[in-house]
Design a protein around this ligand. Sequence first.
Ligand code: ADP
Ligand code: MG
Length: 348
Amino acid sequence: MIEDKNQQRTPLNSLGEFGLIDHLTSQFKVSHKSTIKSIGDDAAVLEFKDKQVVVSTDFLVEGVHFDLSYVPLKHLGYKAVVVNLSDVYAMNAQATQITVSIAVSNRFSLEALEALYEGIQTAAKIYNVDVVGGDTTTSTSGLLISVTAIGEIEKDNVVYRSGANSNDLLVVTGDLGGAYMGLQVLEREKQVFLVNPNSQPDMEPYTYIIERQLKPEARKDIIKLFKDLKVKPTSMIDISDGLSSEVMHLCKQSNVGCDLYENKLPLDPQVISTCEEFNIDSTTVALNGGEDYELLFTIAQEDFPKIKANPNFTVIGHMTNANSGMYLVTRAETKIPIKAQGWNPLND
Ligand code: ADP
Ligand code: MG
C-alpha cells in the first residue's frame, strides 16, 4: 500500500544521488535572516547574533515508529518535522531551521519521495522553518528519516525541565490520549483490511483522533501565547512518551514531587467514546498514551490569573516536596504512585 499501483513509478537510481537531492530540495526557500547559507554547500551557515541556539534531533524508523500500510508518506514527512519542532518549542524557543536526512531503498520510487517531501515542505511552511540541509543515502531495508531542528531564544527566556518549585501549578495544553486511541483504530482497521480488502470502514467517529495520530501539530502557538500573556513557565517538556513519563522527568530534574488530579485530565469526547468502545480506561490512556505533542509545564501560583481564562490550558495538579513523592489523586480521592508506563524505545 505504499503507493497507488496506477501511479507513475520512477525508479530512484534513474536520477542518481545528486539529481535526487536537487529534485527534492529545489523548492525550498529561505525566510529567516539567521540562514546565511542553505542547501548546496558542504555545510549550512547560520548566524544568531545575541540569541541562544537550541538544537534537537529525532529518528523515525520504518516498522518501529511508523507503518507505511496506513501512514501516507506525505503525513509521515509532515510528522517527522513536527515532532522535532515540538522539542524546540518545549524549550520556549522559536524554531528557525531544520535539516532532513533520509535513508531509502529502491523499493521507493521518486514519486514516493516526492510525497514525503511534500509533507516536509508543508510543515516547514506552516511552522516557518528553513530546510537548510540534510543527507541522502541508501538503506537495504526500510525507510529512515532523521530531522534536526534548530531554534533561537533570548538567553533569559529558556525554560528547562529542571526549574519547577514545590507549590507550582502543573499545566497541560490541549487534550490527551487522542494520538494513542487514533493508533488503536488504525491498527484495528489494518487487521480488518488484511482479512477483507474490500471493507469500507466508517471512520467518521474517529476523525479527530486519527488526525492526532497521523498529522500531529506542535504547539508553536503556545510559545507566542506565553509571550503575550507575559508568562514564563518554571519548567517545561513536550508530551511525546505519555503524561506520566513526562511528569516524572519534570519532578526528577526539578527535585520536586507532585499531585496530579485524575478528574482534571483533559479528554476529547472522541477519546472517551473510543475508550469505551475498546474497553480501555481513559485515565490510563491520558497518562500513558504518547505522541500527543502537547506541552506540559509548571508556573508559579501567582501567574495563575494570567492563564486561567484561556481554553488552551488545563491545570492538572501541583508540585510538592520531593520527599512527598509523585501521585495520581483519583476521582475516589485515593492516591496512587505515578509510574511511567510510557513508550520505551528500548523495550519495543
Ligand atoms: P556531502 O557529500 O557533503 O554530504 P551532499 O551531496 O550529501 O553533501 O549534500 C549536498 C547538499 O544537499 C548539502 O547542502 C546537504 O545538506 C543537502 N542535502 C542532502 N540531502 C538532503 C536531503 N535529504 N534533504 C535536504 N537537503 C539535503
Ligand atoms: Mg551527504
